[in-house]
Design a protein around this ligand. Sequence first.
Ligand code: ZN
Length: 150
Amino acid sequence: MSVIIELYQQLIIDHGRRPRNVGELAEANYIKDGYNPLCGDQLRVYVKAYDGVIEAVQFTGQGCAISTASASLMTQCLVGKTVEEADAIFKAFHVCATEGADPSQYQEILGKLVVLTGVSEFPARVKCATLAWHTLQAALHDNQDCVSTE
Ligand code: ZN
């Protein structure tokens, strides 16, 4: 196993066990529930954003290690980003995680999220990794609760 893959797995395990930014965000102005029926992952994503800039993101819920790690890493990478930047990160992550696009092309935009793009090789886990992001998109862009369907 390569050192890189081992490091990636360490990061996923670390965030899966000790997720960051967990808890209700009292001052959130966007809140959305997400559910992945395939695995049973349930998340609630809280976003505080003003003038198109994300100031804080937190989440609550129960899920597998992959969904928890993905939500944790997502909350870390979004603070200070504009909604447009968050959309661009989502698109890059999505195309790598679901379609197997080469993540090295998106290294700059993805940062640490690269560790989760390996799920593209495990179709059953893709929804786990993308749930937090679909829920974020739903929170920022529409009013329907998110049931991950891809
Ligand atoms: Zn899962």
